[in-house]
Design a protein around this ligand. Sequence first.
Ligand code: ZN
Length: 257
Amino acid sequence: MQQELKKILEIQELDMNMLQLLNRKRERKKELDKIEGIKTDLQKRMSNKQNDITEQKTLIRHIESEVKEVVEKIKKYEDQQSQVKKVDEFNALSHEISRAERERVNKEQQLSKLYDILAADEEALQNLSETLDSTAESSQTLEEEIKTAISEINQEGQKVKKTRDTLTQEADPETFAIYERLLNNKRDRVIVPIENRCCSGCHITLTPQHENLVRKGDRLTFCEHCSRVHFWPESEVLEGTAVSPKPRRRRRANKTS
Ligand SMILES: [Zn+2]
């Protein structure tokens, strides 16, 4: 059984490497998303500002034409006034004229405020546009760097996968199926050594009987607490592999060689 685990342990190391690569890739993608988010936010604010400006311009045009109408109305009253003979008619028109004048002044004040708001909004839009440009420019190098890093991670991942594919061809199918199921569950090492009579996956102490079973290595032994598969790290079969290469084992290996 230890012999069968040996191949799976090699696969496991590759899978841990793969999980690390995936984590790194996820982190780098998050960075890209963040940059993209800043730019999208600026674009959204620009678009909102542009809408405000369009609305203000429409309103301004509307009020400007109202002012024009009032001015024409005043002119009409003045023309009428020059032709009337009666004092009360003249006074009535004077009253209308001063009312229209007040209306004109009100509208012009309203316009003046709108011109100020429009100018401020146009300036704000210009600032947003400049900020977006400089953000895009300054983040370009970083974005390229991240994209290159992601592509390198992908390449490394391809290599790992290729090696893994070869190893899985050689692995015991039954043991491998168990391993994969556990791995998908835990996304962590699932074939783990017993260390100081503890499961090195969940760190819970194991019984001597359990340890003996693992030592014998006749069949797969699962941790009762975390379901990981145990192996005996000092097993002769596993010597020289990447799994917990302790100096103690190395020394022993040297002695026997
Ligand atoms: Zn455990």
